[in-house]
Design a protein around this ligand. Structure first.
Ligand code: SF4
Length: 481
């Protein structure tokens, strides 16, 4: 036995250090949590810091917030587990001064203080800015689908309801035919079908009719509210596609903007949209404001390509770099692509692969955008027309702000590595946060609660990154400065 490392004797009178503070090392992350809570103006952030004059005194919001921040830093997000940890975890005992709120009090704090908790997350980003960790001029923007507390079976679209009702109609028809056959047998042969079989069919029919009623009531709800989807467990959750090859998720689309130098999440938003194309300017402007800079470059994947969004970014002083989706029908059919036509801004003409000029003809409005039309008068006699267009002439439409897209394409052509920087920057935080969540769903229902949960995850993620970048003592000193 002497060759093994031996533990202490449990019966020993003095097993732990005399002071609780000695149990927590100077570079323990829990000291960062404590120092951060200390510098927050909780009243300003919207927490109720004035105790009730009657009844049992409540817990100070600083204590409750520190429990949550410690929990999310250590992948303990459930209020019941946090209650248990408060009673047995020395770091939490140190942090709370041996207070042990019950799980309901812990859960209610997160539920009732969503806006204030989200501001705390922003406060930490502001702290990062103050200690010069947000001095990059590039942010990568991306969205990821996170599961809600709502199974796919309890999420309905009109298409799914139609399919379910169709299946039920067919099943009802089958059972009714079974009953008809039983009647026929009785009439023709006087032989009776066993009562148990009839009872079984009637029970199945009653069940199917009840299911059909339930689906019809969901359809009625859609008609009344105009909803296109109904999720029964979490009404705010939506069925969303993750990638074309992956199954759908019933959940939320979390948008993040991550700065490219230290990979900190500078802005985030939980949305119920199953697509990203309307989020570029909102996220880029939120990132720019959080970073306290006038000019940034926002890099995003092709899911964010929307001309109007790119224009809004440029108007806000944000240089957008978004890869363009390959949607050219002409190229897919083996004909010249739009990129094969060179635009000359000075002459306002396109030059085609045959060297002819497509000149400006007219301007029309299409899908809310003013489009200029260009074509040549020489297409009829063109020797390579079969490679260009099956129509009378090849027509090119140019959006009135197309120069914004041309400049963006030029930036991508000049430095294609920018797009690779996007995936290296923004995808890692999503993977980490999902792993911290245990690759499962959010703990709470409804958008406002899920947004609070995500704010705590982002805060814990950023805090962990900064502790790794600058070190715990340096971070605590920066907070106290
Ligand atoms: S068909 Fe018209 S636009 Fe196309 S290459 Fe020939 S001349 Fe140019």
């Amino acid at each position: 036995m002497t060759r093994f490392i031996e533990g202490l004797d449990r019966g020993q009178v003095s097993l732990l250090p005399a002071s609780l503070d000695d149990c927590v090392a100077e570079d323990n992350p829990v000291r960062v949590v404590d120092a951060f809570i200390e510098i927050l103006d909780l009243r300003e952030l919207g927490f109720g810091v004035v105790p009730e004059s009657t009844g049992r005194p409540g817990y100070h919001p600083g204590v409750m917030l520190s429990i949550y921040l410690y929990g999310y830093l250590n992948q303990v997000q459930s209020s019941r587990r946090l209650e248990r940890e408060c009673g047995r975890n020395l770091e939490l005992i140190w942090l709370t001064g041996r207070l042990k709120p019950d799980f309901k009090t812990i859960a209610d704090f997160r539920k009732d203080n969503g806006p204030a908790i989200r501001k705390v997350c922003q406060q930490f980003v502001a702290l990062c800015r103050d200690i010069k960790l947000l001095d990059s001029d590039i942010v990568a923007i991306d969205g990821s689908r996170f599961k809600a507390i709502n199974s796919k079976a309890k999420s309905y679209t009109r298409g799914k309801l139609k399919q379910k009702l169709g299946e039920i109609d067919k099943a009802i028809e089958r059972y009714l035919m079974e009953l008809d056959r039983a009647d026929e047998a009785l009439t023709k042969t006087s032989s009776t079908v066993p009562t148990s079989q009839i009872t079984r069919v009637n029970r199945k029919l009653a069940h199917l009719q009840k299911e059909a009623e339930r689906y019809r009531s969901i359809e009625d709800r859609m008609d009344k509210t105009g909803e296109t989807q109904v999720s029964l467990s979490d009404p705010d959750a939506k069925s969303m596609t993750t990638t074309p090859r992956m199954p759908k998720v019933v959940g939320y689309n979390v948008q993040t903007a991550v700065e490219a130098k230290h990979h900190l999440i500078v802005a985030h938003e939980v949305t119920t949209f199953g697509y990203d194309r309307d989020a570029l300017s909102t996220m880029a402007i939120a990132a720019r404001d959080a970073m306290g800079t006038d000019e940034i470059e926002a890099v995003a994947d092709k899911g964010y390509f929307k001309s109007e969004e790119i224009l809004t970014c440029e108007a806000a002083g944000i240089t957008a770099t978004v890869s363009k989706p390959l949607t050219s029908g002409a190229a897919a059919r083996g004909r010249f692509d739009r990129a094969d036509f060179a635009y000359d801004a000075d002459k306002n003409v396109y030059t085609c692969p045959a060297g002819e000029q497509l000149i400006y003809r007219s301007t029309t409005e299409q899908d809310g955008k003013m489009q200029h039309l260009y074509y040549s008068s020489f297409c009829a006699g063109c020797v390579i027309k079969d490679k260009c267009t099956p129509s009378k002439e090849r027509r090119i439409r140019r959006w009135e702000h197309e120069d914004v897209l041309d400049r963006m394409q030029q930036r991508i052509d000049d430095d294609p590595s920018k797009l690779a920087l996007r995936s290296m920057t923004v995808e890692h935080p999503f993977g980490t946060i999902k792993a911290w969540m245990g690759n499962t769903h959010f703990k709470m229902r409804r958008l406002k609660n899920v947004a609070t949960e995500m704010a705590l995850h982002v805060l814990a993620y950023n805090m962990t990154r900064v502790m790794n970048i600058v070190g715990i003592p340096a971070l605590i000193n920066a907070m106290k400065a």
